[in-house]
Ligand binder design. Structure first.
Ligand code: SER
Length: 313
C-alpha cells in the first residue's frame, strides 16, 4: 500500500529535518507539508497552507489526500506559551483534538510530539521515570500532559494507533528552535561562531536532558516503524540521550574555540528550566522499540560546529 503522509509544523526545528527524510522514504509525491505562515525557500514538495485548529479545512485535506500517516508537530513551545497561554492551549490541544478525530475517522497512524515539559517540580528530578507525577507549571506543559491523556484515550477507546515521544531539548543547526526554554543550547553555538561570546539566559549549573537532532529523527522513525503490539506506552515515551549543564556545554565548545566567553544572566525561563528533570529514564523506549542514542556531548559539539561553520560561511 502506498503511504500518504501529512506533516504539520513542517518547517519548525523538527519538521525541517523530518520532512526530507519522509520524502526520501515515501516519495515526494506522497508527503504533504501543511505550512502556516513561514514557508522556507528550500522546500520542494507538496504544500498546503492552513490552520490545524480548523476542522473543516483539515477535513477537506484528509478527503483530498486520504492520509495513512500523520506527523503532527505543529505546536507552540514553552517560552512563547508563557507569553501567549491562550494561543498555546488552542494550537497545542485543540489542534491535536482535530487531528485525533480525523486520524480516527481515516484510520491513519498518528505521531504526536510531546516533551519533557510534562514534568514539573513534584516529579523526581533525576532519572525521571516513565510513569510518575505530572504537575507541570507552564502552559506548554499543561497542554502536553492534556495531549498525552487524549492520545491514550483515543487509543484505548477507539483503537487509534497513536504514538508519541517526550522530546528533550533538541540541538540542531538547520532550523533554529522557535521560543523554547532549551534554546540556549542551540544559540550558544551560533554565538560561539559568529561573536565569540554569549550571554546565557539560564544559570551555569542548569542541567537538562538534550539530544542531537539526528538521534531524535532516527528515534521518531524507529517508533513509527515498530510493531503495534510492541508499543505499550500510548501517552508518550521518555526519550533521552544526554544531559549536561550549561557550563559543561560551554567547556566543550571551548575545546574548539578557546577564546569563547560566556556570561550567565538568568531570566524568566530559569523557572521553567528548574522545573524540568536533570536526567530521564527512557528504558521503556529502549525495551519496547530498541531505542539507542548515538551522539554524546563530544560528538554533538563537533558536528554542530562543523555544520554551522559551513552554513554561516
Ligand atoms: N525544547 C522545548 C522547550 O524548551 C522542550 O520541549 O520548550
Amino acid at each position: 500500500m502506498t503511504e500518504k503522509v501529512l506533516v504539520t509544523g513542517p518547517f519548525g526545528q523538527i519538521g525541517s529535518e523530518l520532512l526530507p527524510e519522509l520524502q526520501n522514504r515515501y516519495g515526494e509525491e506522497n508527503v504533504v507539508a501543511l505550512g502556516h505562515r513561514h514557508i522556507p525557500d528550500w522546500y520542494d514538495g507538496i504544500l498546503e497552507q492552513g490552520d490545524v485548529r480548523e476542522k473543516e479545512f483539515m477535513t477537506e485535506l484528509f478527503e483530498k489526500y486520504e492520509f495513512t500517516q500523520v506527523y503532527h508537530l505543529a505546536s507552540l513551545l514553552s517560552a512563547v506559551g508563557e507569553k501567549r497561554p491562550h494561543l498555546a492551549w488552542t494550537v497545542n490541544v485543540k489542534g491535536l483534538k482535530v487531528m485525533l478525530d480525523l486520524a480516527k475517522e481515516w484510520d491513519s497512524k498518528l505521531f504526536w510530539a510531546s516533551s519533557i515539559a510534562v514534568f514539573g517540580p513534584t516529579s523526581p528530578l533525576d532519572n525521571t521515570p516513565q510513569h510518575t507525577i505530572l504537575e507541570p507549571v507552564t502552559m506548554y506543559g499543561v497542554t502536553k500532559v492534556s495531549g498525552e491523556l487524549l492520545c491514550q484515550y483515543y487509543h484505548e477507546r477507539y483503537g487509534l494507533d497513536v504514538r508519541s515521544i517526550r522530546y528533550p531539548g533538541l540541538i540542531s543547526w538547520k532550523e533554529e528552535p522557535g521560543g523554547g526554554t532549551t534554546d540556549y543550547a542551540v544559540e550558544i553555538f551560533y554565538k560561539a561562531i559568529e561573536e565569540g561570546e554569549y550571554t546565557c539566559f539560564v544559570k551555569e549549573d542548569t542541567k537538562l536532558p538534550m539530544m542531537y537532532m539526528e538521534d531524535a529523527i532516527r528515534g521518531t522513525l524507529m517508533l513509527m516503524d515498530a510493531d503495534e503490539e510492541d508499543i505499550d506506552v500510548r501517552t508518550s515515551y521518555n526519550h533521552s540521550a544526554l544531559s549536561f549543564t550549561a557550563k559543561e556545554l560551554e567547556e566543550e565548545i571551548k575545546k574548539h574555540i578557546p577564546d569563547f566567553e560566556v556570561s550567565y544572566e538568568p531570566d524568566e525561563r530559569q523557572k521553567t528550566a528548574d522545573s524540568w528533570p536533570n536526567t530521564i529514564d527512557d528504558s521503556a523506549a529502549r525495551e519496547d522499540w530498541g531505542w539507542e542514542h548515538e551522539y554524546d556531548l563530544e560528538r554533538m559539539t563537533e558536528v554542530m560546529l562543523k555544520n554551522l561553520r559551513e552554513k554561516l560561511g
